[in-house]
Design a binder for this molecule. Structure first.
Ligand code: HEC
Length: 199
């Protein structure tokens, strides 16, 4: 939920930013001044939501990888550059700042994909608990209740066997698909293990 909201806010933020940078680059000073004035409040709200949801998501992450750190640094550097760039109508600064934000957005996507597809060395065994610990705890937690990256509380799950195995194999949203990492027996084993986490 928050994740989708964050993406929308970031896209709006980028859009406002893009328009402002384009106006600056094409010397449309009057339009830029007008646009800045009209969007002053929305821009402030969007920036705050951008940071707020970003920080919220960050503290929820199971692990922070290098891509994520570069992304945060890019965002942090781009903000003062943008402020100075627009204040002094400095095209270079404003452009660099926009590029940094765009790069950060790309990195965010890449690091997210990496996180959810982070495959460890395949485990040869059919031990449900071991498989669960290796592949599932970083989002669902030891007891299935951690809810990291909005993962479902497995102790409350009501899926029947067929839907459960299907979910593990194909995934959904931030839930990765494990069909290529786990063979049928392993899917069954880890499936049985998480059913035992239910009350
Ligand atoms: C990267 C985080 C992540 C990992 C790793 C992960 N899950 Fe999930 N899981 C989720 C999310 C997010 C959902 C909610 C998906 C949705 O409904 O949109 C979910 C939902 C589920 C559900 C559905 C529960 C229900 O009642 O709807 C099952 C079952 C499940 N996961 C099992 C597993 C198993 C087994 C593993 C390890 C093999 C695993 N998950 C690893 C994030 C993860």
């Amino acid at each position: 939920m928050i994740k989708n909201f964050h993406v929308i806010v970031v896209l709006l933020f980028l859009l406002i930013y893009l328009v402002k940078t384009l106006l600056l680059l094409t010397n449309k000073k009057e339009q830029l001044a007008r646009f800045t004035k009209i969007f002053r409040i929305p821009e402030m709200i969007i920036s705050l939501l951008f940071l707020g949801t970003g920080i919220y998501l960050l503290v929820q992450l199971p692990e922070i990888n290098n891509l994520m750190i570069i992304k945060i640094i890019a965002v942090l550097i781009s903000i003062p550059l943008a402020i100075v760039g627009f204040k002094k109508s400095n095209k270079a600064l404003a452009s660099i700042s926009l590029l940094l934000i765009l790069a950060a957005y790309g990195l965010a996507e890449a690091s997210h994909k990496k996180l959810i597809s982070a495959s460890k060395e395949p485990i040869a065994k059919n031990d449900g608990k071991e498989l669960y610990t290796a592949y599932c705890t970083k989002c669902h937690g030891e007891d299935g209740k951690a809810g990291i990256m909005s993962a479902t509380d497995l102790s409350l799950s009501q899926l029947d066997d067929a839907a459960l195995f299907e979910m593990i194999k194909t995934g959904k949203g931030s839930m990765p698909s494990f069909g290529s990492q786990l063979d049928e027996q392993q899917v069954q084993a880890v499936g049985q293990y998480i059913k035992a986490l239910r009350k």
